[in-house]
Design a protein around this ligand. Structure first.
Ligand SMILES: C[S@@+](CC[C@H](N)C(=O)[O-])C[C@H]1O[C@@H](n2cnc3c(N)ncnc32)[C@H](O)[C@@H]1O
Length: 270
């Protein structure tokens, strides 16, 4: 199976869990503790934000950051969320850009799109549209979007260069890239990296931070910054790694402080 098919299947199942009254968590917490407090996805949004949107959108949240809290979003702007899932960041962005602006969500998984559209219906927001498609082939015209947000999705793509080129293409000159994602800092042996990334998400392929910067620059972006928002250590992943049969203490020194959620900013030159 291609990475894309595996990702689609996993997130389709996660969406159905929310639709049937469960929690969306997948990967680590789903197998280990039946979705307890996940150190990656929990407590990302404050009560002021969660109070503005349907509960199901909050339950479906599978991000690793809060791009809407860190991105500058102005009334009247067009926002695009790459891999919008249950729609939490799209709905919050729609509120910020107001009725003269618009928030698009793009996702390839039918079950997630159905959940997101239902959440939009419950929210009553009109300035929202969920599009079906892949972030490697964004179904929007060139120079169309003011701000691209995304929450823990670009790391899942098997072709990150293509995603960044597409993001650059659809942004207006001067447009902002404002994305939360998982990145790796420093050298980590491949096997340790594989185990930790299984823990981080259903399937994750986080980029080393310096590669993220160079790929953004190669796509044409400037003013690139990567700001860590949560740094993980081996204790966060202990239960999962134990269940996978991994000797956690032997890899602790290679893990601590190297895996993080980060806010990635860049600008398309004006
Ligand atoms: C980790 S979840 C994040 C969802 C949402 N951003 C949030 O914060 O809750 C990843 C989402 O990205 C979607 N996705 C993953 N790879 C994709 C791709 N290549 N193209 C479009 N959607 C993708 C999945 O279907 C899933 O809904």
């Amino acid at each position: 199976m291609e990475i894309r098919d595996i990702v689609k299947e996993k997130y389709g199942q996660a969406a159905l869990r929310v639709t049937t009254g469960g929690n969306s968590c997948c990967g680590a917490s789903a197998t280990v503790d039946g979705c307890g407090v996940d150190p990656i996805t929990s407590h990302l949004y404050d009560a002021n934000q969660t109070g503005q949107i349907p509960e199901e959108a909050v339950l479906a949240s599978l991000g690793c950051g809060n791009p809407t809290a860190l991105a500058q979003l102005n009334p009247g702007e067009i926002v695009l969320d790459l891999g919008s899932g249950g729609g939490i960041d799209v709905l919050l962005s729609a509120k910020r850009v107001g009725p003269t602006g618009k928030a698009y969500g793009l996702d390839m998984t039918d079950e997630m799109l159905a959940l997101a559209r239902e959440n939009q219906r419950k929210s009553g927001l009109q300035n929202v549209e969920f599009l079906k498609g892949e972030i490697e082939n964004i179904p929007l015209p060139d120079n169309f979007v003011d701000v691209i947000i995304s929450n823990c999705v670009i790391n899942l793509s098997g072709d990150k260069d293509r995603v960044l080129q597409e993001a650059f293409r659809v942004l207006k000159p001067g447009g902002r890239f404002a994305v939360s994602d998982v990145v790796v800092r420093g050298t980590v042996p491949d096997e340790v990296k594989r185990s930790m990334l299984l823990w981080v998400g259903c399937i994750a392929g986080a980029l080393p931070d310096e590669q993220y910067v160079s790929k953004l620059a190669k796509s044409g972006f400037d003013q690139i910054e990567i700001e860590p928002t949560r740094v993980y250590n081996v204790e966060d992943a202990r239960a999962f790694l134990n269940a996978e049969g991994i000797d956690v203490d032997s890899i602790a020194a290679q893990v601590d402080g190297k895996f993080m959620s980060a806010f990635v900013r860049a600008t398309k030159p004006a």
